[in-house]
Design a protein around this ligand. Sequence first.
Ligand SMILES: NC(=O)c1ccc[n+]([C@@H]2O[C@H](COP(=O)([O-])OP(=O)(O)OC[C@H]3O[C@@H](n4cnc5c(N)ncnc54)[C@H](O)[C@@H]3O)[C@@H](O)[C@H]2O)c1
Length: 357
Amino acid sequence: MTPYQVLIVGMGKRGMHHALTFNANPRFRVTGICDIDAGRLDAAAAKLDHPQKGSDAAALAKAVKPDVFCFTTLPNLRTPMIRIGIECGAKLLAFEKPVALTSAEALSIRDLVRKAGIKAVVSHQHRYGAHYRKVKEIVASGALGRVHTVYGSATGWMTHMLSHLIDYTCWFNNYTPAQWAMAQASGTLKFGDNHPSPDYIGGFVQFANGVRGVYECGAGAPDQPEAAKWWGKNRIGAQGTEGFAEVLTNGGWRAVTKAGGFQSGEGVMNYDLDMPPYIQEMADWLDDSRKVHACNFEHAFLGAEIMLAMQRSAAQGGQVPLPLATGADEQALLKSKLAGHPALVSCEQNRKEFGMA
Ligand SMILES: NC(=O)c1ccc[n+]([C@@H]2O[C@H](COP(=O)([O-])OP(=O)(O)OC[C@H]3O[C@@H](n4cnc5c(N)ncnc54)[C@H](O)[C@@H]3O)[C@@H](O)[C@H]2O)c1
């Protein structure tokens, strides 16, 4: 079969992960790469058999006419890339989490994708880790009894981590839509980061099947001493009437169930293992529209709405109904609300990572 042609925009860390994994799969060929940093672009081209390259994504997309338009730019750059991907006639858009920084942008991206009828995927690829899949398997087996709670916590800050936490708990809860979210936040140091975030956010979500979601991200979130790597201190799980099961991104999995007692296993997040199945599912979906990608845009959008509703609640108070009816700029709302409310840390390592005195 002729390989699907891929254009990748943004040849940083994630762009290279995508490019090398696409080229390692016989169903794909990277035929175009784009970056505004000439040095990065040349270095990437040398590792990718010298595909067409350029610094203007729209012009390159017109020239390459890719089947897959993949962009891995920082969170501040989404809508223009979505438009370029749709306008160049690609069959599938592949892009990075988070879907958008504001609900105004998330809703407009949703409308663009739906109107174009284009397939789209968002990279929540940790789920392919064996330890994540083990927890999903236990939850889905019914061994926890009636699942009443899903939860996720990460010491890393919101725009890096919350999208992951929410997506995997939504997976555990079969992507049941949420009805409302309510949250609090503190600290403005990380609004200056390229993943702009309040330093700490925590909140609750009501899912339509009665399951409660509990999330926290950032400086005030608890340490997970079982995971050594700071960015791997994410604990994501589900509790039911007969037990719990949870994964630590860099610390394996563990469960206690009525029938099985205590069980645990190894597992560490690994891009080399997680990217190949993520990329393969794109080929499967392109080949057969019934084989919808697990990381499809509609799943990611459910999570994005929750994440943005939490922020809106933290900025404006109260419970925010879902789905969101109107767009807002949650970044601006939060920044002004949180000025003068510094975050308090849960452990000394968080103080260091957040650059606090
Ligand atoms: N899924 C995951 O596990 C995971 C892990 C890390 C990062 N991410 C996400 O991936 C995205 C990218 O992160 P990264 O660490 O690769 O960033 P990065 O800074 O390493 O790479 C971004 C690249 O985009 C380029 N760029 C910026 N504007 C451009 C433009 N107009 N046209 C072409 N290129 C442009 C930059 O020059 C840079 O090379 C972020 O959204 C981040 O949240 C996801």
